[in-house]
Design a protein around this ligand. Sequence first.
Ligand SMILES: C[S@@+](CC[C@H](N)C(=O)[O-])C[C@H]1O[C@@H](n2cnc3c(N)ncnc32)[C@H](O)[C@@H]1O
Length: 242
Amino acid sequence: MAVDTLFKDGAAPVDDFKFNVRVAEVFDDMLGRSIPFYNEVIGMTAQLLARFLRSEGRVYDLGCSTGSSLVELARRLAHLDLQFIGIDNSAAMITKARLKAEMYGKGDRLRFECADIMNLNLRSPAAVIMNYTLQFIRPMMRPDFIRALYALMPSGAVLIISEKTINHDPLLNRAFLQFYLDFKRRHGYSEIEIAKKREALENILIPFSNMENIDLLRQAGFRHIETFFQWFNFSSFIALKE
Ligand SMILES: C[S@@+](CC[C@H](N)C(=O)[O-])C[C@H]1O[C@@H](n2cnc3c(N)ncnc32)[C@H](O)[C@@H]1O
């Protein structure tokens, strides 16, 4: 796996973060070193889907990147008759995802499309997963997007959302952020790399609080909503359509 050294050069100017070829190349390493409990959240997602999904249907992953989640879900849920469809508008990510699906021999059950998730071109999804991607959608677009997603989900469908979050209490927000910076240091990122990535993501990754995310889901129409995982400033939510 290629190691993420994207922000190692202290002298290079910082551009806005883009999910381009350079990022796709090191993305799997970046995920493990930047998202706390990434694999555990996929494991919990598999448990939730096994519990709430009917035995067949389509599982969509919006903002699927290199397809890590779907490949793992296809493996863990192999006993169910599910089709897995990943959508991402980064061609470089989709190329990687397709290669990965072939490599793991899951090509028949997994499909990857290069498209804008805002078009919501989904066919009767049994489940929709959106991990660490809603945070990249402009905040003012989020309510309409989640409302439209709710409208096209059939009853009984499952929505899983994971996000980086903020906290409204400034004291706790600072502490949680500090714990996250410590996490990145422990995973080998230098102060320069941490600062430069933060600058590149500013104005692009805009986190909501847990409360704001839950309100978004409730206002869209979901009635069964729960936070099923939280690590300081990272949370995962489940919402079920009645
Ligand atoms: C942080 S990554 C998601 C990680 C991935 N869900 C996982 O768990 O491995 C965010 C992804 O969302 C994609 N993305 C952002 N906005 C998008 C849009 N409007 N349409 C499609 N993909 C989008 C990016 O290209 C990127 O691959």
